[in-house]
Design a protein around this ligand. Structure first.
Ligand code: ZN
Length: 123
């Protein structure tokens, strides 16, 4: 009998987790790693991704928080290649400030993806 594959880490089954990892790929990341450190409490999760040979790292108290923190650090203050505005990241559905000045990458629960603000209302 083949060995059973390890269960995915708790919290990574949140659809926003995979969508955020996909979003990092859309920014040009070619590697992604999620891991945790449980030597002390609370357990700390670490999300890391690599762009052109350089790793960026962020942490959180769960896998979703860690990958969102990485999206925040990479996307906030970036530059949208579609509309030329500065970019921002938000996991919330709420209306965001300065939406005429900032291209927000925001969670769309219907499409289960993070969409850029300049993509319009239709997918
Ligand atoms: Zn844009």
């Amino acid at each position: 009998m083949p060995p059973k594959a390890p269960a995915p880490p708790k919290g990574t089954d949140d659809p926003r987790f995979a969508a955020a990892v996909t979003l990092l790929g859309r920014t040009g990341a070619d590697q992604f790693v999620i891991r945790y450190c449980d030597e002390d409490q609370p357990v700390v999760w670490i999300a890391q991704a690599k762009w052109r040979g350089r790793w960026q790292v962020a942490s959180g108290l769960g896998p979703v928080g860690a990958v969102f923190a990485l999206c925040d650090s990479v996307i906030d203050g970036g530059h949208c290649t579609h509309c030329q505005r500065p970019t921002g990241f938000s996991a919330d559905l709420d209306a965001l400030p300065l939406d005429t000045l900032v291209c927000w990458y925001q969670w769309d629960p219907e499409l289960r993806t993070f969409r850029r603000g300049c993509a319009g209302d239709k997918p």
